[in-house]
Design a protein around this ligand. Structure first.
Ligand SMILES: [Zn+2]
Ligand SMILES: [Zn+2]
Length: 147
């Protein structure tokens, strides 16, 4: 089963009706290459179903988030959505130039988490942690433009 099929199946298994709108929102999030804003989900769903409205997208994303099929990621001042990572949680690197979000597996931050706990007795909430910067593609393009 593909990822979107698994997500649709998870929805059905929990007793939710598989309305076309719900299936389309799942497909839009899945096909969108991850980390889609609400507007992008709406655009993608509308390409297949012009009557889709933003309220339905919000409501559906909220439902999918509540039952754990979709994860909401706060990136800057925008909320992004992706299918929940079956491998567990991951963090994000966010490009300030193209606004792309890239997954960062949790082991990269384990040392950081330990340090904060040992040195400061602080238990960090890293679930929504995102690191800002410039992605490799934008860096390459930036160098090209500067020379
Ligand atoms: Zn970039
Ligand atoms: Zn992600």
């Amino acid at each position: 089963m593909s990822e979107p099929e698994k997500a649709v199946e998870a929805l059905r298994a929990r007793g939710f009706r598989l309305t076309p709108q719900r299936v389309m929102v799942i497909a839009a999030v899945a096909e969108g290459g991850r980390h889609m804003g609400v507007d992008e989900v709406l655009q993608r769903a509308r390409a297949k179903y012009p009557y889709m409205d933003v309220a339905t997208v919000y409501r559906t994303l909220h439902l999918l988030k509540e039952i754990g099929i979709v994860t909401e990621v706060a990136i800057g001042d925008r909320l992004h959505y992706e299918l929940t990572d079956a491998q567990g949680h991951h963090h994000h690197m966010v490009c300030r130039t193209c606004h792309g979000a890239f997954n960062l597996s949790p082991h990269y931050l384990e040392e950081f988490r330990r340090t904060l706990t040992q040195e400061f007795g602080f238990a960090p909430d890293l679930d929504n942690f995102a690191i800002g910067g410039v992605c490799s593609q934008c860096r390459t393009q930036g160098q090209g433009a500067a020379s």
